[in-house]
Design a protein around this ligand. Sequence first.
Ligand code: ATP
Ligand code: MG
Length: 232
Amino acid sequence: MSRNAAVGAALAEAPIELDLELAPVAPFRAEIPSEEFRTLRTRLEQLQATRPIQTVLVASPSRGDGKSFTAVNLALAEAQLDDDPTLLCDFDLRTPSLHSVFRIDRSPGISDYLLGKADLPETMRRIGNSNLFVMPAGQAVINPLELLHLKEVRRLMDRLRKGFRRILLDSPPLLAASDANLLAGLADGALLVTRMGFTTPDSMSRAIGSLGQDCILGILANGTSPVPSGRL
Ligand SMILES: Nc1ncnc2c1ncn2[C@@H]1O[C@H](COP(=O)(O)OP(=O)(O)OP(=O)(O)O)[C@@H](O)[C@H]1O
Ligand SMILES: [Mg+2]
């Protein structure tokens, strides 16, 4: 085994040392997620009996469909209903938003870790006193797709799997770039968010084709009511 491969193997095996008391705490007051998101979380739990769903990509065809909204609320529901820590990662390295939602610094985050500029624990922010940890996108990079092709991304996911029961990945639109496609290959499955009145049949079928039917855990119709209704 080459030296690099040995270092890679060691990284993959090292557990994340998450000190729940010492982890940086974001001053976000977590709202209680709506019943729909708690139901969605319960559906995921039920689905888990039939297939592993530790890492879930939240994807949609276009901008503004509600990916981040869904990812945030589902993560809050997970953290509220589960004793184990939940991680929400902002893999929309193009137009990240989770740092604004939770009012945390964007960096250090995912890109900084992948570029070797930050250690894993310092990229995570604990939200309030909750079980929710957020990994912001990190500093802006010129070519996010190139970064997502690095072997370090898979190693990162392997490390995260050891520390969290559920990992949610926010992502850029499927039809705008290949980032979400690539991320789907690293996740156990994807939730496909659609926006009622905006998502066309054509963009819907292109999004499904791009993810692949086997990858899709469920399709969410956002905008039917004040909050999305989940269908798994
Ligand atoms: N069901 C909803 N109820 C209320 N507001 C919503 C709902 N869904 C989305 N929004 C709001 O609509 C806006 C766009 O949603 P969001 O940012 O989640 O979309 P997105 O798919 O992540 O977009 P992008 O691809 O640009 O990141 C946000 O201000 C969000 O808070
Ligand atoms: Mg978003």
